[in-house]
Design a protein around this ligand. Sequence first.
Ligand code: ADE
Length: 314
Amino acid sequence: QTPSGTAPVIAANGSALQGVTSKPSKMTHPSQFTFEKELGSGSWSTVMEATHVATGKPYAVKILSKAQLIKLKKVKYATAEKDALVKLSGTHPGIVRMHAAFQDDTSLYFVLDLAPHGDLADLVKKHGSLSLRCARWYTAQIVDAVLWVHRMGMVHRDLKPENMLLDSELRIKLTDFGSVYVSPDGDLSPRASTFVGSAAYVSPELLNRASKTTSSSSDIWAIGCSTYFMIAGTPAFAAINDYQSFRKIEALDYTFPEGFYDIAKDFVQKLVVLDPADRLGVEPKSSPSELRGHQLFTGLAYSTTPEESDGTPV
Ligand code: ADE
């Protein structure tokens, strides 16, 4: 569903699919690219830096192996990822754009914006931790992009610093929509779900065997965990293995290191809350505008709609 009062999501030239598959320089086959270095990989996909030969432009191409998708029963995840990227592409500066999608006998290919500065996890690892100024600048952009995804009727479900890329201007671009939930009707209220996501950032409601539910509130939890990570330099629920992380999450067993900025602590404590209904920004008890209005962001101008947003702090 298109949120009311905003720019059309689908380009005026016709269908959303057409918008991403038949750009002027038609990208239709892997032979049109030269593949350079690997940027990342998972069990069924690899992201490669590639140059589009006809234009000389660099992209990140996500290559999904059909055999692995079938073997690992992940076909529906690949379909959901493509559907989500088709719907979201070009609608918000904080979301990675898909320029084309095509396939050959062995693989699916998603041609994405190249984020030349890597991801937020690498940035934090490089610096040890981020200043309050940096953390709030990135958090504001993450909040803005995630709330947009929710307004578009989707839940990312695998938000973590590794999936928050940094573009040429060091602005956040969310990526990896492989775990996305796309609501058929825009309704994001809690519903039965299987576990998806990454151990240290998964919300407690997804761990409860009896009542596994997912909603947009799971992404809110992950934003809080990401802000914690930026400032602490380690995940809130880091443990020696996934099982131990899950135990800590269920018990809300985490502490703030000394020197953790009070205003960021307040923010994290309002998002990293066991009951999904009690998290800042989650309706009906709170609202997206309350989340945007948190004191962490005071003095930062960031927009409520992508049309107004150039992401620059003032
Ligand atoms: N790693 C995964 N996706 C990427 C992208 N779009 N740009 C740079 N690195 C990535």
